[in-house]
Design a protein around this ligand. Structure first.
Ligand code: AMP
Ligand code: TRP
Length: 335
């Protein structure tokens, strides 16, 4: 046997199928997964159990779950080399989540900013699932002994909590979990709202001019970019005084893998009209082939089914091994 072959490190990440995906999801999450997939053993899940922490229409949830699987593949994630699966197909996630809930404090969960934001919007009907959301996310990550978790900045706090829970479990019951690290790329880390560049781009915004969807048609993308808020300075610069322009530069950087300085240099002497038209072209060129592939995949449900079934089988194998270890250490009697 060749002992010189090092075991690949493990990556885990996921997106919830709770709405249509934006350019923010694409640049902040999926595009980075594509770059990392060759170097790591990767698990990418469709977090349907996370989606139901807020109310979902069953038929929309079903559709979006398959849409999201085809988006993963169309964006370039290879389903043969990586494990792509639907979270609810691996029951170990729900069970591990309960076990970890018992190692998590109310105070920790109350401090999560996403919970505070979302519960404010939900009025009186805040589900306990929304409160426990980060524990399920910790279960996702810890079941696979993940080394690295690529997420946007908004998920960093949840990842920190997953690390705290893992450390606590390890200290209470002896070494069980790998302590995962976060991975957040610089330029794609936070794509901002096109109308209000102090907020992150989000599909939950009412005005569609605030965001670009992965499935937006070229003419829609052009219109949204031409309406994006800039400033009265009129020069393409990368500074915090020009947050709208900075955001558009970040979008170019994240798509093309260039530095902000290179972008600024290429627009010396040019106005915002030229700049925006170029930004729109870059986005259209990036998304058009992806959209074509998504439509092709959605036309072949059988192939999608094979992929998620195989993914669930592979994921279950690893997840169940860790779950059994957890149960045993806690003192639950093995079946
Ligand atoms: P969500 O849409 O909240 O399920 O997020 C899925 C993934 O996309 C997470 O890793 C987020 O951090 C990332 N993400 C969502 N919105 C943005 C954004 N505007 N900029 C960068 N990353 C984002
Ligand atoms: N909670 C994440 C989000 O809203 C999605 C997610 C679920 C996730 N499980 C995960 C991300 C595990 C990273 C690792 O974006």
């Amino acid at each position: 046997m060749d002992n010189t072959i090092e075991k690949k490190k493990v990556i885990f990440s996921g997106i919830k199928p709770s709405g249509e995906l934006t350019l923010g999801n694409y640049l902040g999450a999926i595009k980075n997964w594509v770059t990392l997939q060759n170097e790591y053993e990767c698990y990418f899940c469709i977090a349907d159990l996370h989606a139901i922490t807020v109310k979902q229409e069953p038929k929309d949830l079903r559709k979006r779950t398959l849409d999201l699987l085809s988006i993963y593949i169309a964006c370039g994630i290879n389903p043969k080399e990586n494990t792509l699966f639907i979270q609810s197909h691996v029951p170990a996630h729900s069970e591990a989540s309960w076990l970890l809930t018992c190692s998590t404090y109310m105070g920790e969960l109350s401090r999560m900013t996403q919970y505070k934001d979302k519960s404010q919007k939900s009025g009186d009907s805040i589900s306990a699932g929304l409160f426990n959301y980060p524990v399920l996310m910790a279960a996702d990550i810890l079941l696979y002994n993940s080394d690295l978790v690529p997420v946007g900045i908004d998920q960093r706090q949840h990842l920190e909590l997953a690390r705290d829970i893992a450390n606590r479990f390890n200290n209470t019951y002896s070494d069980t979990f790998v302590i995962p690290e976060g991975y957040t790329p610089k330029e794609g880390a936070k794509i901002m709202d096109l109308q209000n560049p102090s907020k992150k781009m989000s599909k939950s915004e009412e005005n569609p001019n605030c965001y670009i969807l992965i499935m937006d048609k070229p003419e829609v993308i052009r219109k949204k970019i031409s309406r994006a808020v800039t400033d009265s300075i009129g020069v393409v610069n990368y500074t915090d005084e020009q947050p709208g322009v900075k955001n558009l530069i970040n979008i170019i950087c994240a798509i093309k893998g260039v530095s902000p300085e290179e972008v600024v240099e290429s627009f010396i002497g040019k106005g915002y009209a030229d700049f925006k038209s170029e930004v729109a072209t870059i986005i259209v060129n990036e998304l058009s082939p992806v959209q074509e592939k998504i439509n092709e995949l959605l036309g072949d449900k059988k192939q999608l089914e094979e992929i998620y079934k195989e993914g669930a089988a592979k994921a279950s194998y690893t997840a169940n091994k860790t779950l059994r270890k957890m149960q045993k250490k806690i003192g639950l009697i093995p079946r």
